[in-house]
Write a new protein. Structure first.
Length: 205
């Protein structure tokens, strides 16, 4: 069963519909009690970093999430803002993130590249840095749908699974043990997103 975390900071319909279209069992969870039985976790999110972390805190989900991921080794997939919240914090706000990876979020800086538009919105290819079951069968022409103004900067290059381009080279996918994150929206990325979500569902627990 894939548990999609409902903390009021994402429209979960698209993600749940895509998972069910793939024939995967998926449920919406929004309490520590429901999270305690999760075997795989998807943490979606859109909007501002502090708003997301505040919403998780108000629902009492921060420590249960950490326990399931760190102690129980449940695979987690952070999506968009959900990926950013896996890190330590963000330039966008003042609150601490979940701290599951040693990384912080930085804003795309228009001064670093003439004509750079922020937010980054649209389709882009990803460039894998190494092999991983998460990226199996995607091929070199894989494209995903992005909508974001911030990108994750990892302290450990070994956590970077793939990169993408938007004026600069930025981290698009991370992997650290059972912790995964994607800056794009796989639920909006057609067959490429379907392959990635299917791969995540097939990961060994």
């Amino acid at each position: 069963m894939i548990s999609v975390v409902d903390y009021g900071v994402a429209n979960l319909g698209s993600m749940l519909n895509m998972l069910r279209k793939l024939g995967l069992e998926a449920e919406r969870v929004g309490t520590p009690e429901a999270l305690a039985t999760s075997t795989r976790i998807v943490l979606p999110g859109i909007g501002a970093f502090d708003h997301g972390m505040t919403a998780l805190a108000e629902r009492g989900l921060i420590e249960p999430l950490r326990k399931r991921v760190v102690e129980d080794k449940v695979p987690i997939l952070g999506v968009c803002l959900g990926m950013q919240m896996l890190g330590a914090g963000s330039e966008e706000g003042d609150l601490a993130g979940l701290g599951l990876v040693d990384a912080t979020c930085q804003r795309f800086r228009t001064g670093d590249h003439a004509g750079l538009k922020v937010p980054h919105m649209g389709w882009a290819r990803i460039s894998p840095c190494r092999e991983s079951p998460l990226l199996a069968d995607l091929g070199e022409t894989s494209r995903f749908y992005f909508v974001h103004s911030y990108h994750l900067a990892c302290s450990d290059p070994g956590d970077i699974l793939a990169r993408a381009q938007h004026g600069i080279d930025f981290v698009s996918v991370i992997e650290r043990g059972n912790i995964f994150g994607v800056q794009f929206h796989p639920e909006k990325s057609h067959r490429f997103g379907m392959t990635l979500l299917r791969n995540f569902a097939s990961l060994a627990c």
